[in-house]
Design a protein around this ligand. Structure first.
Ligand SMILES: [Zn+2]
Length: 181
């Protein structure tokens, strides 16, 4: 799948988790979106692979759609995230869950590709429901677009809050402006 599709799925996952847990929307959604891009770290030509040089090592060691596209990889990355968050920002250590959920959304979407996903790596068995080819019109129209529409729908309350804050800030500014002149 295209990184845009994974990104949208990560955003959706984050909004769902924030809605269910009452967590702070921004960090939860961001963690899920990052988690949704991470599995393609095993592909140096992918969006995230081009940003992170370590992807060459990941590709050489694990190959594309190997370890990093499996449950073992998901658990490993989730544990790494948990350890890192506990060390650097303990108050946000719960974000490992959002990251892991985003990561799993990537594996679920890739399962819809003909090449499938080795969920049970190191077993070579690949799960595939071959409905969508990467970059195809089907992906753009029937996977990516609906996901972004759902994201827009779920982001509306947060955006509305931000807009109201901006309006309030504008009013306060106007009051100060009138007082001074
Ligand atoms: Zn992938």
């Amino acid at each position: 799948m295209l990184y845009r599709t994974h990104f949208a799925a990560g955003l959706c996952t984050g909004f769902l988790i924030a809605a269910k847990t009452g967590g702070d929307v921004g960090p939860v959604v961001l963690a899920s979106a990052v988690g949704a891009l991470l599995p393609d770290i095993d592909q140096p030509r992918s969006y995230i692979g081009r940003k992170v040089p370590v992807s060459y090592g990941a590709y050489l060691v694990a190959g594309h759609r190997g370890l990093f596209h499996s449950l073992v990889g998901a658990v490993g990355i989730a544990l790494l995230a948990l350890v890192a968050l506990q060390k650097w920002t303990p108050a946000h250590s719960f974000l490992w869950l959002s990251l892991a959920a985003g990561y799993l959304s990537h594996l679920a979407l890739d399962t819809l590709n003909p090449s499938g996903v080795p969920w049970l790596w190191p077993l070579k068995l690949r799960a595939s429901i071959p409905l969508v080819r990467t970059g195809s019109v089907w992906e753009r129209l029937f996977v990516s677009l609906p996901l972004y529409l759902v994201v827009a729908f779920m982001a509306m309350p947060a955006l509305k809050g931000t807009m109201l804050d901006l309006v309030r800030a504008g009013r306060n500014f106007a009051k100060v402006f009138q007082l001074r002149f």
